[in-house]
Design a protein around this ligand. Structure first.
Ligand SMILES: [Zn+2]
Length: 194
């Protein structure tokens, strides 16, 4: 256990449907205690590999970790406002600053595979996440950013379902738990009546 957290809680989630929201999900349980999943520079290095943005773990310094957290903390409120109202100027400035930096470049090999390369892989990954955030926040999917409806989850995700009525971050996680709980409540009520 780390600070009372079971190790499973520190695993990274990639279910939001967009890299910028996956970065936002590196803060866990925003509805309750907002714990940090990017605790050390190595965590960020591992996250970048797990996203698929880096082929091998890049060296990460403390300042780069802090930069990633600052970008994340600008993306979260900007994405959560889901197309409503004006954005906070500080969040906009932070996202724009990163989006202006060079993103990874695609490089083709003879087998038609693409590798994404960058001189500064950490900064380039943050640049590409900031660009993803701009695309999401300014585009038609801005109003499809949802917060998971489960009481004990506050994950932001993009609802790309055609009717646009998705409520949970994942069907097998929160969706399933909500259905089981509803079933149990109905069952208990029926039981009490008899
Ligand atoms: Zn959820």
């Amino acid at each position: 256990m780390i600070d009372g957290l079971p190790p499973g809680e520190l695993r990274f989630l990639f279910i939001a449907g967009r890299p910028c929201l996956d970065l936002a999900a590196t803060v866990g349980e925003r509805w309750r205690r907002s714990f940090e999943r990017l605790r050390t520079p190595d965590d960020l290095s591992r996250w970048l590999v797990e996203t698929g943005m880096c082929d091998s773990p890049p060296p990460v310094e403390q300042a780069q970790l802090e930069a990633a957290r600052a970008l994340r903390d600008a993306i979260y409120p900007a994405a959560k406002s889901a197309g409503k109202g004006a954005l906070a100027p500080a969040d906009v400035a932070e996202i724009n600053r990163w989006a202006a930096r060079p993103a990874p470049a695609p490089q083709l090999d003879r087998r038609r595979r693409v590798r994404w390369v960058a001189e500064r892989p950490v900064e380039a990954a943050l640049a590409s996440i900031a660009r993803d955030a701009i695309d999401l926040i300014s585009g038609p999917l801005a109003t499809r950013v949802r917060e998971c409806a489960a009481e004990d989850c506050a994950l932001l995700f993009v609802d790309t379902s055609p009717p646009g009525r998705r409520r949970w971050c994942s069907m097998d996680g929160c969706g399933n738990r909500a259905k089981t709980a509803a079933y149990r409540r109905r069952h208990v009520r029926t039981h009490e009546r008899n």
